[in-house]
Design a binder for this molecule. Sequence first.
Ligand code: SAM
Length: 284
Amino acid sequence: MPESTVISDALEGLRVGDVPDLDFSTLVGLVNEPNMPSGGGRTIRRVIDMARLRPGVRVLEVGSNTGYTSIEFASWIDGEVVGVDVNPVSTAFATEKAARHGLDNVRFDVADGTDLPYRDGTFDLVYCSNVTSFMTDHRGARDEYYRVLAPRGVLAAVPIYYASPPPDDLRRRVGAAIGVDLPVTDQDYWRDLFSDDGSTLIDQETYAYVRQSPESIAAYVRSVLDQPHLARLDARVLDAVGRRLAYFYELFDENLGYARYDILMYRRGHPNPERVLHQSRAVR
Ligand SMILES: C[S@@+](CC[C@H](N)C(=O)[O-])C[C@H]1O[C@@H](n2cnc3c(N)ncnc32)[C@H](O)[C@@H]1O
């Protein structure tokens, strides 16, 4: 399959002096890093279980990047998946990856999550993980996710938030890395944000991150750089890309030491109250 010109133009135009100024999403798009959600494929499989998807289901992922999550959905479900992202290079990689795996029930569109090019009520599941924090208008994004969600559809959100306050300097460096003035959000912020008048929180799970060693980060960077499509890069460019990636991963690892993530499942038009008088817990 011939490589998309979006990809070759972006890689061939890359100069060593540009690399230190690249933000995280742009660099991830260029190197085709998998860019998994928090918890990796396990999170997607939990969402699939919790969403109780029926055959023929239509799924939208907002912020699909290089395709990992949408492809994971498409490989498990009996239905159609659309991944949408503002970055055309990562979208081109996602499209190629799906074709390489012979998945014809997933496609990728370039569009903004706050202005989605789909009709009201198109999707049975709308999934967003670490994307809304990249946008300035969180409420506008939330309203747009619900607009394209079908009646009795599910919004699955996997936000990262601070469980303890980060140092100001760390927050500033993370904001600069992702190109957003990052607000310090807590668990309640996202739980409240993703509720709307017509939705019910039907499931929620909370996870903490495990810190990574510098060696495991370095090994991960090597695995990313080792991809065949990067062999065309000049050695100095490749070296700069590796240093920039290592900078991002070490920074994020430090940041995630203060953070947790939730899997939040909201159902639109849920018919029954979820408030239980006699609460229970699982016995193991
Ligand atoms: C950290 S990645 C998301 C990775 C992955 N989908 C996940 O499961 O966490 C953030 C992605 O959001 C995209 N993005 C940022 N602003 C966006 C917007 N307004 N609309 C759609 N995508 C956006 C970026 O281009 C990037 O690919």
